[in-house]
Design a binder for this molecule. Sequence first.
Ligand code: AMP
Ligand code: MG
Length: 406
Amino acid sequence: MIPMDEAVRIVLEHTRTVDAISADLMDSLGRVLAEDVASDVDMPPFNKSMMDGYAVFGEDLREASAERPAVLEVIEEIPAGTVPKKHVSGGQAARIMTGAPIPEGADSVVMVEDTADEADGKRVKVFEPTEIGENVIPLGEDLRQGQVVLRSGKVIRPPEVGILASVGAVTVAVYRQPTVAVIATGSEVVEPKNRPEPGQIRNSNAYSMMAQVERAGAKAQYLGIVEDRESDLERVIAEGLAACDVVLLSGGVSAGVYDLVQTAMRVCGVEVLFERIRMKPGKPLTFGVRGSQLVFGLPGNPVSAVVGLELLVRPAIRKMQEMEEIHRPIVRGILTEGFRQTPGRKQYVPALCKAHNGVWETCWVGHHGSGDLFSLSRANSLFVVEAEIERLNEGDAVDVILLEEW
Ligand code: AMP
Ligand code: MG
């Protein structure tokens, strides 16, 4: 048995980065950039008006006021998307719309609210002075051509999709989504569409595992249920290794006579690096590698499988794509109820965590052991109880792993 921190270290030490591929803009959402992206244009590409109003030569308005407005000749109208044709000289103004280019000669824009058109439509009264550059975004203020806008390693979220679009990056290099083969083991396990016969249970693990894998940013490939028979296990593990970057099994890793996963892994050429972790839930958690491929044997208990995947497999999936944040955020939380455990293993307790007056408060959601998947539906986090601790009291502080958007 190894400590959890050691298990995480071993897994990450053996996790290799997947290749970069070229993706269309909309397919890049959720992926990680594998290149720096630079702008192909200045932004804005011209001196741009921020307001609807009049482009003016500010000096003309120095004395302008509500009582003594400046009266300027309107020489043209510049809607957004057009190019000004005329030069604005002293005593002149051009009617301009938000987003349109500032005409030559003008140094500022007076907003329409500070003006009144004369009845002839050819002149405008202006009631306020402007400052040089007022309501004008200068060319290149946001960005210069060639400037890097997004660095390699950035996760592409909706704002990044917009940024890529704005610099004309219609295809980008991103890390390929890792593929994960998901296998449920157990002769008692049947598919959810079937009503379990006596002695059987429904396969929930493969489905929660696939959902977690997808949330972690990988692609799940389901290889079905296999019975506790070595030849079948070998066949399906080999199938997973032939198709995917990661093979994920549930069940069959405990100490029973029918727990044959480790043996089958070894027959398939997998080097097993650990078989047990000093953690609760989920002590019998097996990990091995074949070259750059990772193989995880998660415990069959549904809660153990979920927690093990969250704490060990998810960071690996994220590291494979060079994501910066590979672990869940951890906050300090205050227990709203005491908690007891039998010392010996570091425990990850499914909990409901809430911010209350600026303080994280956390409470065990309660369950009937590591098989109680239903309790997890009330949890949004795991609080951590160190192995040697026997009891924690109400008001004690603990580390809380936030799973909020899982
Ligand atoms: P095992 O790790 O194979 O000894 O399984 C431990 C417990 O988890 C047993 O009660 C199994 O019936 C249950 N279990 C195993 N596989 C699954 C599965 N795919 N879905 C739900 N429960 C499972
Ligand atoms: Mg089993």
